[in-house]
Design a protein around this ligand. Structure first.
Ligand SMILES: CCCCCCCC/C=C\CCCCCCCC(=O)SCCNC(=O)CCNC(=O)[C@H](O)C(C)(C)COP(=O)(O)OP(=O)(O)OC[C@H]1O[C@@H](n2cnc3c(N)ncnc32)[C@H](O)[C@@H]1OP(=O)(O)O
Length: 204
């Protein structure tokens, strides 16, 4: 039987790449950031996380907070099951990813998820409404650190999911270069498919 890998060489509690290092600072809320209380809507109509045109999507519509934070709600539907009557864990991670992603609008920079860590604290039954909150914890260079939590039933309900993330700032070409050409074409033909993302084009 092969020997179990030795853990003695690794530090007992290695620092997570999603935790802001000492040199990270809290960035300012961008002048272009949506006003507190603004519904952020969808960045892309067909997005699994926020798109209203996605049949099984999460349809997350976050609200900008007063600082570097957002809130959102997500009701788990039967098409989101993992175990019978329970939300799939990867789907809950998607809800965290989407909510964390909307923090981009507060800094007014496009960024993508580089790393996302999720802790599942309790099962989430179908029909539950999760109250999500995400906030920026620091930034350094192109790296944006953030955290999120999802509470069941209300903003003060029990925490069911926690997440920490490292987003990396990218140029808009990240999307045009890597996206499937026919989908990029459709967006260029009908910019309403990406209403929220169009704010980037005003001040490129
Ligand atoms: C007409 C069209 C118009 C289009 C307009 C579009 C607007 C859209 C608007 C809004 C969309 C928002 C969508 C939100 C959706 C929810 C969020 C998601 O799910 S996003 C999808 C999942 N994520 C990915 O697909 C990333 C895939 N990965 C990559 O593309 C690259 O790896 C990327 C960009 C993340 C980094 O690559 P590099 O070459 O640019 O940079 P490097 O040097 O590798 O990393 C920069 C720094 O970050 C660290 N880093 C990167 N990844 C890391 C990791 N996983 N862990 C730790 N550190 C990491 C590196 O160590 C480096 O650090 P050091 O500067 O050297 O200190």
């Amino acid at each position: 039987m092969p020997a179990a890998p030795s853990e003695s060489a690794a530090p007992a509690h290695p620092a997570s790449p999603a935790t802001p290092p000492p040199e990270a600072v809290l960035p300012p809320r961008a002048p272009e950031a949506p006003a507190p209380g603004t519904r952020l809507g969808s960045h892309y109509e067909h997005c699994f996380g926020c798109g209203p045109q996605h049949p099984a999507g999460l349809r997350i519509d976050a609200v900008a907070g007063t600082g570097l934070d957002v809130t959102a709600e997500f009701t788990v539907r039967p098409e989101h099951q993992g175990g019978p009557g329970l939300a799939h864990g990867g789907l809950l991670t998607t809800a965290m990813d989407e909510t964390l992603g909307t923090l981009n609008w507060l800094l007014h920079v496009p960024a993508v998820t580089g790393r996302l860590e999720t802790d599942f604290l309790s099962p989430v039954p179908v029909g539950s409404t999760l109250h999500l909150r995400a906030w920026i914890t620091g930034a350094h260079g192109r790296k944006i650190y953030s955290a999120a939590e999802a509470r069941i039933g209300g903003p003060a309900g029990p925490v069911a999911v926690r997440a920490r993330a490292l987003f990396i700032q990218v140029k808009l070409e990240h999307f045009t270069k890597h996206g499937r050409p026919e989908d990029i074409e459709k967006v260029l033909d009908d910019p309403d498919l990406m209403q929220r993302a169009r704010t980037f084009e005003v001040n490129p």
